[in-house]
Write a new protein. Sequence first.
Length: 455
Amino acid sequence: MRALFSEETKRRMWRRMWLALAQAQGRAGLVSNEEIADLRRFVDAVDLAAAHEIEKDIHHDLMAELRVYASQAKLGGGKLHLGATSMDIEDNVETARMKVALSMLDDSLRSLLDAFAGQIEKYADLPCMAYTHLQAAEPTTLGYRMSLWAHDFYLDYENLKCLAAWLPSKGLRGAVGTSASYAALLDGTGVSTDQVEREVLSSFGLTAAMITGQTYSRRLDYIVVSAVAALAATASKFAFDIRILASSPFGELGEPFGEKQVGSSSMPFKRNPIMSERICSLARLLNANAGVMWQNAADNLLERTLDDSANRRSVIAETFLAADELVVLAHKIVSGLRVDKHRIEGNLQRFGPFAATEAVLMAAARRGADRQALHERLREVSMRAWEALETDEKNPLPDLIAADPAFAEYIEPAELRTLMDPKAHTGLAAERAKLFAAKVRALETPAPLTLESIL
């Protein structure tokens, strides 16, 4: 990802766009074979120092690169950039880079989903407490909870895959989108502007949007960065949940922790969830970047203003670099996740019996009990059980219900023990977790786009 968004890669791609344009115009007789061969000879000879020296005077980075390229290719340099405006080169290259970056992210997401599938399969049947409003609710399984996290990443995977395949580019449309300069150049040659455009773009795996101004609509940037920001939201939710479950009161899960890792400069006993915290921190940046892209789309006036140019130089690259790091960190956490079964079992036994009260109520009601009266009785004994838990006692709810004549009349003690077992109340959690893991394993993944494919 760093190589893709490096300054040298961008300039190499600019040169390849110029070369592709010259080759397409050569079929119209505008550039000779010898000139094209000369351009090809120097297409990768980027000289950043020379370009920066020129840019100091002219304050235009693309024109500086163009002058360096033309000075190297002395035979063909005079035919570079025929009919083009800067954004014919820059915008198409930026779209090509974003398509590759989306594909790279999707490939990393597929690896993350595979890591999740392995953990889901391992823990599909392990009961644990589920929490709503950060309060104990009903039992689930650890595999199903992992499926909740993984399913959001799966939605991101499908979304980014579709976006990479669809994303259109500016095409070769000139200064205001009319292609007037190309039409004038090609007049009488028998070659159309659309033919040249299709040939140039196809070498980068691009197709043009139907309508553009001097740039492609900056709404496309917003769509891309928003999709990546959605991935960041998924990662942040996952990481925040890990931080909660790794906290001392829960203690159920933990990040991988190195043998010599230092948790704190002053508290050597600490095992802080630093990778999850890093994910949450970086995710905020991506959310903010989506807002910047919204403003670029809203404030790019008429055929083009330059409000967007300066921030796009950092925002797009930083968005993909940060997202790449988010997925890498999430993969490390999932692959090396520490599971404390003892704490999981303790929390289940502490809070799980409350979830069994509905099963007790239904069993008694089926046998003729007054549902409303028993509901009030369950409320009363549940409050007594909560009071006991607040003094760190074992949850007495099963014993309180077993000793209550209101229930003994309808439910035998052995059946009551079965009904009160929290592990019996996970529903379809294990089954659905296994089905989801199987779906992930069966995903058909297209070959990812790579940097090499556009260089």
